[in-house]
Design a protein around this ligand. Structure first.
Ligand code: TXA
Ligand code: MG
Length: 315
């Protein structure tokens, strides 16, 4: 089993940094979800992430940086990307940019693409770890491929406890959904995955943002794979009430369901609770999880994206 460390203890951060620099895997908290980290400049270390998660090798990873100033070492900026970074970094935004020549991030982290996904996280422990290693840290969500993303250290231990050297415990994640992923391969910025920063917020900064259309045969982001974020139980969406054998997950003040993502109808609260709630309902009574309709604006768009993939047919 993994050693546990505390994200607010400097000696545990140093221990984690030493393990990363030695090529080991370390799980750490971010403001979105827990990440399964490796030194992004080491091909073998990054390969271990794919092994531990059983993640398909065509699905590229996000590399985390301590600050926006480090982007230039790895990627080519453009004007819209700079504006978004200025507005939302550190934070729940990932920019997919062209790889710079001699970029030190291992090709396997980018699944061989000539683009690289970069994010500057705001969580103090993530920042401390990045500063202590002085390296970019590749980190997907710390769950087995296709399953519910972890928002507590206990979730990570359940998913990957045997695969990581150390788990840094920083308590529950504030946002609870992965970062918003934006690409720049077209004239306008393209939303590749809705996430912790709402597309409406992006549009305030850069005007029009295209929304990528899912192409299951050739996903450009894993969120576009059919089944993802999946509990063991099947999900039924847009449920007004529970059918026999179902457990209902409600939303908002109008719901009488025993479990409610946000009794006050707050989408930010609902996002923060979504993954932990799905895990809890997966373990409790009922054969199917029925989920009430969630408004499709703001963070609701990212919540609905995750729910649709969790409800998608399993392969
Ligand atoms: O909030 C987050 O983003 C978390 C925390 C740990 O930072 N990380 C995360 O990583 O969600 P992961 O691996 O589960 O999702 C990475 C997403 C995927 O949708 C992937 O396809 C996309 O980023 N991505 C990465 N590199 C890409 C690239 N070069 N081109 C297109 N999409 C890319
Ligand atoms: Mg993930």
């Amino acid at each position: 089993m993994a050693i546990k460390g505390r994200a607010d203890r400097p000696e545990d951060i140093i221990r984690a940094a030493e393990l990363l620099l030695a090529g080991q895997l370390v799980a750490f908290p971010t403001e979105t979800v827990y990440g399964l980290g490796a030194d992004a400049t080491s091909g073998p270390a990054v390969a271990a992430i794919f092994g531990a998660k059983q993640r398909p090798a065509f699905n590229p990873l996000i590399s985390h940086l301590a600050d926006a100033g480090s982007v230039e070492a790895f990627a080519l900026w453009n004007e819209a990307a700079r504006a978004l970074a200025q507005a939302f970094w550190p934070g729940a935004l990932t920019l997919v940019l062209p790889r710079r020549e001699h970029c030190a991030i291992a090709h396997i982290a980018c699944a061989g693409l000539n683009s690289v996904a970069l994010r500057v996280p705001s969580h103090p422990a993530a920042h401390a770890l990045l500063a202590a290693t002085g390296r970019p840290i590749a980190a997907p969500s710390a769950n087995r491929s296709g399953r519910i993303s972890p928002t507590t250290a206990a979730h990570v231990a359940l998913e990957l406890g045997d695969e990581v050297a150390l788990i840094l415990d920083g308590g529950p994640c504030d946002i609870g959904l992965e970062s918003t992923v934006v690409g720049f391969h077209r004239e306008r910025p393209v939303l590749l995955r809705p996430g912790g920063i709402a597309v409406e917020q992006l549009r305030v900064v850069v005007g029009a943002v295209e929304v990528a259309v899912a192409a299951p045969a050739a996903p450009s982001a894993p969120g576009q794979l059919t089944s993802h974020y999946a509990p063991d139980k099947p999900l039924r969406l847009n449920a007004r009430e529970a059918a026999p054998g179902e457990i209902l997950l409600g939303f908002g003040p109008g719901s009488t369901a025993e479990h409610n993502l946000s009794p006050s109808g707050d989408l930010i609260e609902a996002a923060a609770r979504l993954f932990a709630m799905l895990r809890r309902l997966d373990l409790g009574p009922g054969e199917t999880i029925a989920v009430a309709p969630i408004p499709d604006h703001g963070l609701g768009r990212a919540i609905n994206d995750r729910l649709q993939r969790a409800a998608a047919p399993r392969i």
